[in-house]
Structures are given as C-alpha cells and as structure tokens.
Design a protein around this ligand. Structure first.
Ligand SMILES: [Zn+2]
Length: 483
C-alpha cells in the first residue's frame, strides 16, 4: 500500500473539544467552527436551534474564477434571439415534417444548426467536432412511418480528462395541438428553440476555450414524439461505456411571464429526481440507509446552486425535488434510463400553456401558439449563464469521487468514510447536513486522503464527499453507501 492510499484524516473530537473548552477553538478548523456559524443552514428544528452540533465550516457558494466570468460575459441575448427566430423561421420542425426542403421543416433546421456549430468549431483549433447522429425509427408510438431522427452535436474535447463528459441539451423538434401534425406551422420558440439556443450559445462561447474535460452541446429531435432522439443518443453513449457525469436538459426556458402576466426574470426551475419508479439497484441501496434524497441528480442540483448563484449568473436556481412537472417529461429521462444518473432539467418558472403545443391561432382576442414574441431573450441568456457556470465549474473540478463508502461494520458514534483517490484532486471535503435540510450545510477539508473519520454520528446527518481541485474547484458530492 502506498502512503497515499493509506493516508487518513481524523478530526479532533467534538467531545474532546467540548471538554477542553474554548481555548481550543482557534487551534483547529474543524473544532473551531461550531455549527452555530453555519449560516447557510436555515435552522432545523422548531425553536430548538440547530441540531446536531458538529464539526466543519458553514458551507458556502463557490466563487467564479476569472475565466468563468469572461465566458459568462460573452453570452449574448442577441445571438440567442437570432437562433430562436431562425429556428422559428423554418415554419415547422415537427419530427414528421419534410427533411428535404431547404427552407421549411426539420431537415432545414437540422442543416442550419449543423452549419452554425461548424462555424463555432472553426474557432476551436480542432478541439470541437460536429456530427449529426441519425437513425431510422421504425413505426412506434407517435411515429406512424419509418422516420429518420437526427441529433446535432458539438463535442469539445477535454485537455486533461477527455473521457469525462458533461452534456447540455435542448430539443429542436416542435409540435402543435395534434402531435402527429407535421405540416402546420409549429414555431416552437419556447418549446424548445429556447433550450437549443442555450446549448448553441454555450458551444459558441466555449469553443475558443480549453476545458479540462469534454463538453458536449446537443440539439436532439423526436422529443415531442416520445424522447426518441435523446434516447438513441443516451443508449449510444451507454453502449460505448461513456463516462457522462452530468447532463443538463433545457426544455422550455424561454419566457419569464406567467399566464396571469406576472414576471419573474430571475428564477429558473431545476428538476432533479430522487429515485426511479421502480427504483434502480442504486436507488435501493440508498433507500436502505435513508439516502433517497441523495441521488446523483440531486447532488448535481446542489452543486448547481453553489456555482450558479445570483452574483455569478444574475439568476436564482429553484431546485425542485421531482423528476419533472406533472404530465410532462423530457430528455433528461432518456439519460437517467440509460444509466447516467446525474441528469437534470431546467424549465422557466411559470409556464403559459396557451403558448405550448398549440395551433397558432387567435381565439376571443387571445393569441395561442409558441411564438417568439412571448420569449424573453435576456431571460434565456440568464439560463444560459446558469448552465455555463455549471458546465465550466464541473469541468474545472475533479470528477465526482468514486467508491465512497461509510463504515458500518460496528456500532460507533463517529463516522469513517473512504473513497478512491483521484490524481486530479488536491484535497477532499467531507460535507454534511441534518437529514431534514435540503442543501449541504457544513464542509470539512480533510486533505488529500482516501479516508476520514468525523466525530459526528452517521445516524443523525447525511454525509457526502467531494473532490477539490488545485484552484479550489469543487466536484459534486457523492453519497456514501455502506461498505
Ligand atoms: Zn419541450
């Protein structure tokens, strides 16, 4: 065993600290920060104060580095508007619409997206490649005849860890009231030219950069017919053994105005599933130890809240512990089902259903249809900044720790965690929160070690482990399973 593998970290004990008094408070980071300093905790327990007490500093947001700030400044609402309006200009992008007309239909949209991404890739010094991933879908639900479905994809190869992948998506197909109508105008401005515009704008601004890991920017088709394009893509990645550690689906991120006219230009909803129905084996393992709220999707959601704060993006990320809205679904589900558990969905805060999946028409003076006039391009730029901050921060940090285990071989009132050391990690943090808290409240830097013992009972809190890069970038946390 190398010294690195055997390295371990043991915190000064809480009981020891309490016994020896406040003189110790400044002697140790771990013992010096009582839980009362954890200001990010919203307070747990009615009237009883924060409980349990435990080691560590208050968990705080991650500051954006200079390169991320530069990237976010380049995100341009005018470009986003151009993308949305150009896509709307193809009349319909229904999956069953024409694929040979150069001006109308999903084929023309596919070719335009490809040409745009090719243009962005030309500025990448060969690091970004663009492809169209196509297959013929045999007749199936909402697909009456064999239909070619094409995903357009720009892959920006990572400089240090090219096999670690983060992916951002929108769907470029559209629909009207009749889901099989491939000929009527289906502008699909909000659903989902807005999401495609987020993906494409990030491809543009990141093409000139050198991310440490591979970043993929996609526009998929067949979503409205039943997630066909994303399913094909996710299954293809799974068959190739791809290491996709995060998938960000943007679907209906175009409008800041609710159906009652109120506006919320700051909020974006982030949907993150806890367990599948029926549960996966991984879900069952977590459920057995109270980890149903700590799926990889929820750890990714917590990560996004820490790197995409308002001072960085101008936006407030509103996490919802749910796969999706009622009666709805999206392309993140394809990745979840293919075995990529860190897949999440962004959606605007208040949807107006007069503007989704509707024939374009006026009824009693009310305009129906998914038209660009209902989009807020500055808002979409804000959503793009949230995604950009997440993608870049994921890439800058080490990967999510692997093989994170909690020792449950005997009855103890402390907690020993172990994990596999990653050469890219400069150190590790143990994070924890009371079981009733939604987000991590405390963090403890334990150094570059593969095991740590914390003087806090695993019975009373949720633990996680995250890797820290040389410049302080944090990975998403991993939930420890018994082992
Ligand atoms: Zn959609």
């Amino acid at each position: 065993m190398t010294s690195r593998e055997s390295a371990s970290f043991t915190l000064p004990t809480r009981r020891g600290f309490l016994a020896s008094g406040a003189a110790l408070a400044g002697a140790s980071v771990a013992a010096g920060a009582s839980s009362a300093s954890a200001t990010s905790a919203s307070g747990h327990g009615a009237g009883g104060g924060e409980w349990p007490p435990g080691p560590g500093k208050a968990n705080t947001a991650q500051r954006a580095d200079a390169e991320l700030r530069a990237i976010l400044r380049e995100i341009d609402p005018h470009r986003i508007r151009h993308t949305v309006e150009t896509l709307v200009g193809f009349g319909t992008r229904h999956t069953l619409s024409t694929q040979t007309d150069p001006h109308r239909g999903i084929g023309a949209a596919r070719d335009w997206i490809k040409a745009q991404l090719d243009e962005y890739a030309a500025a990448s010094g060969g690091r970004m490649t663009v492809d169209v991933q196509s297959y013929v879908q045999p007749p199936a639900s909402r697909i009456p005849v064999p239909t070619q479905i094409s995903n357009v994809r720009a892959t920006l190869r990572g400089s240090d860890e090219p096999n670690r992948i983060y992916l951002v998506s929108g769907h470029y197909d559209s629909r009207v009231t009749d889901v099989l109508n491939g000929t009527s105008d289906a502008p699909g401005a909000d659903d989902d030219a807005s999401g495609v515009a987020v993906s494409m704008e990030l491809a543009r601004v990141m093409a000139t950069r050198r991310p440490r890991t591979t970043l993929v920017f996609v526009a998929v088709a067949g979503e409205e017919q039943g997630l066909y394009g994303s399913n094909f893509m996710a299954q293809s990645y799974a068959a190739a053994g791809a290491d996709i550690q995060g998938m960000l689906n943007n679907d209906i991120v175009g409008s800041s105005t609710a159906d009652d006219g109120t506006r919320d230009r700051r909020s974006v909803r982030l949907f993150a599933r806890g367990v599948a129905n029926p549960p996966t084996d991984d879900d069952l393992a977590r459920i057995a130890v109270g980890g149903e709220n700590d799926s990889a999707a929820r750890e990714l959601a917590r990560f996004v809240t820490e790197v995409s704060t308002r001072d960085v993006t101008g936006m407030d990320v509103r996490v919802i512990y749910r796969l999706d809205r009622f009666l709805r679904g999206g392309d993140n589900l394809s990745f979840l089902q293919a075995g990529f558990p860190a897949a999440i969905r962004f959606t605007e805060p208040n949807e107006n259903f007069d503007h989704q999946h509707q024939d374009v028409r006026v009824e009693n003076g009310v305009q129906f249809g998914d038209l660009p006039q209902f989009c807020d391009f500055d808002y979409i730029a804000g959503v793009a900044r949230v995604n950009g901050a997440a993608m870049w921060s994921l890439s800058a940090a080490p990967g999510t720790p692997r093989n994170v285990k909690v020792n449950t071989t005997s009855l103890t009132n402390d907690t020993t965690l172990t994990w596999t050391l990653d050469p890219a990690a400069a150190s590790y943090e143990v994070v924890w929160r009371p079981t009733t808290e939604p987000l991590w409240t405390h963090r403890i830097n334990v150094g570059k070690v593969g095991t740590a013992t914390v003087d806090l009972s695993k019975d009373n809190v949720i633990f996680g482990v995250r890797a820290i890069g040389p410049q302080g970038h944090r990975s998403p946390a991993a939930f420890p399973l018994p082992g």
